[in-house]
Design a protein around this ligand. Sequence first.
Ligand code: NAG
Ligand code: NAG
Ligand code: NAG
Ligand code: NAG
Ligand code: NAG
Ligand code: NAG
Ligand code: NAG
Ligand code: NAG
Ligand code: NAG
Ligand code: NAG
Ligand code: NAG
Length: 470
Amino acid sequence: MGYFTKPSWAFLFLLFTFLAILSLQISTKSIFPIRLVSVSGSSTPGISGGEDPASCVGFFGVMPARKYVMSIKDFGGVGDGKTSNTETFRKAVRYMQRFGEKGGSLLNVPRGRWLTGSFNLTSNFTLFLEEGAVILGSRDPEEWPIIDPLPSYGRGRERLGGRHISLIHGNGLTNVVITGQNGTIDGQGNMWWDLWWNKTLKYTRGHLLELMNSDYILVANLTFLNSPFWTIHPVYCSNVVIKNMTILAPLNAPNTDGIDPDSCTKVCIEDCYIESGDDLVAVKSGWDQYGIAMARPSSNIIVRRISGTTPTCSGVGIGSEMSGGIFNVTIEDLHVWNSAAGVRIKTDRGRGGYLANITINKITMERVKIPIRFSRGSNDHPDEEWDPKAIPKVNGIFISNIVSFNSTRAPILEGVQDSSFERICLENVTLLGLAQSATWHCEFVSGFTREVFPLPCPQLQDNSSLLQCL
Ligand SMILES: *[C@@H]1O[C@H](CO)[C@@H](O)[C@H](O)[C@H]1NC(C)=O
Ligand SMILES: *[C@@H]1O[C@H](CO)[C@@H](O)[C@H](O)[C@H]1NC(C)=O
Ligand SMILES: *[C@@H]1O[C@H](CO)[C@@H](O)[C@H](O)[C@H]1NC(C)=O
Ligand SMILES: *[C@@H]1O[C@H](CO)[C@@H](O)[C@H](O)[C@H]1NC(C)=O
Ligand SMILES: *[C@@H]1O[C@H](CO)[C@@H](O)[C@H](O)[C@H]1NC(C)=O
Ligand SMILES: *[C@@H]1O[C@H](CO)[C@@H](O)[C@H](O)[C@H]1NC(C)=O
Ligand SMILES: *[C@@H]1O[C@H](CO)[C@@H](O)[C@H](O)[C@H]1NC(C)=O
Ligand SMILES: *[C@@H]1O[C@H](CO)[C@@H](O)[C@H](O)[C@H]1NC(C)=O
Ligand SMILES: *[C@@H]1O[C@H](CO)[C@@H](O)[C@H](O)[C@H]1NC(C)=O
Ligand SMILES: *[C@@H]1O[C@H](CO)[C@@H](O)[C@H](O)[C@H]1NC(C)=O
Ligand SMILES: *[C@@H]1O[C@H](CO)[C@@H](O)[C@H](O)[C@H]1NC(C)=O
């Protein structure tokens, strides 16, 4: 007996240890693989399946820490909604600029209503709006001074000559963060929309936020309201992240685009809710001879998980300003309702430039009049010198996994004469609720389709070679 008891104790001990290790393995395994998959899945893992959704992290990385933190109150700011803080914000930024090379700085804006004219940001800097903080744009046009036109536009976008600076502005900066606890920046744009409507605008309206020639920009977790003109305008920038923003303007407010990356590269825009009087997101690159001469494309852009409505414009637009070229753009997981178009590509003769490798994937639309639209008629040229022989080239637009409920028109795809749009490819596009008589309208386009309903135009019916799209 004694002979057997010893080994059985040893055996039980071994078994227990083995089981303990095994159970530890199982419990760690059940946590780690999911994490590992989501971290290594750098492309675009689906939003289903329990994985973390794709994120813009690769474009800017982790939020930088700032060594010096000050409050707008330290500079004498008054948050009563009436006192002008224009000089206070300018003074604060001038002061904090000195920390740029000493660990960076953060300007905190506490709860309150902080009226201000335009001010500039600086590098290695964070503007942080606490919960309940509202920055209010001045209603005095003089508080939005005139600056030079952009070289890729040759003039103000709306009026000849210079243009009003944006409310919040930066030029030639690096490492700028604008964030907070859902604080608000309100452009109080109605005065500017009136000037536009009653045709008394002297200079092109300013943006709510414009960053020029800058890199490593992060705009997140805030609400932007009532921009006079396009709301967020990064131009000649790279490594720009705009995420988790709410952008609102009245649905009839003119040209209040949500986010317009313009001649920018490495831009990631995700998880935004946008309601406005113009395109929710529009990718641009200057116009006509000015944009062609500057030749500064927009490229490597991701736009995803955007939802919203714009009754007279589109969910996502490409152009009409595209003269510097636009390539490698991915637009996915959009939800658009009660809008004029879901996806719209706008160009025309005179624009020159090119569009290439634009991927549009997973879009859901409800009550969008024309779900997919390519249109000409970009006739708002900067001046008489535009060259009608400058023909845009379009090659490679991939549209897939689209479902649209209650659209009123089938797609309208109008290319440009003498420069047919090539490799226009559609797969798994289902447009429901159209009238029986609704037919696609196509001109100067060629490409391939598969699983598209209703039956596309003959130019796109060749489904034998969809592989050429890839
Ligand atoms: C920003 O910070 C980085 C890292 O500290 C530094 O190298 C750079 O000079 C700073 N840039 C400016 C403009 O202050
Ligand atoms: C802000 O920067 C612009 C150049 O981008 C400059 O014209 C303007 O004078 C600056 N404003 C202030 C208040 O420094
Ligand atoms: C988005 O921003 C809001 C504040 O505006 C914040 O409460 C929320 O946690 C943020 N979401 C993510 C995923 O960062
Ligand atoms: C942030 O504030 C806006 C406007 O007040 C609101 O519509 C939005 O739902 C808020 N977002 C979050 C995440 O609380
Ligand atoms: C145009 O709108 C501005 C801003 O609201 C106003 O001051 C001006 O009186 C208006 N002009 C006309 C001609 O209606
Ligand atoms: C946005 O808010 C979330 C939740 O509070 C926070 O984790 C994240 O760091 C914030 N992002 C930025 C860029 O401020
Ligand atoms: C396209 O852009 C993405 C980022 O949006 C980038 O990861 C990818 O390398 C680019 N592709 C090419 C061919 O440059
Ligand atoms: C578009 O993609 C194709 C295939 O990946 C590539 O050969 C071509 O250079 C790209 N065009 C542009 C303008 O990036
Ligand atoms: C077609 O697209 C719809 C909408 O995005 C999606 O739900 C469906 O799974 C797709 N079908 C296939 C076969 O990929
Ligand atoms: C589409 O229209 C039908 C008939 O008017 C209506 O019953 C349905 O709710 C609408 N669906 C959407 C998503 O608007
Ligand atoms: C091509 O279209 C025809 C008719 O619409 C269909 O019968 C066929 O299955 C399609 N082929 C592929 C590969 O989708």
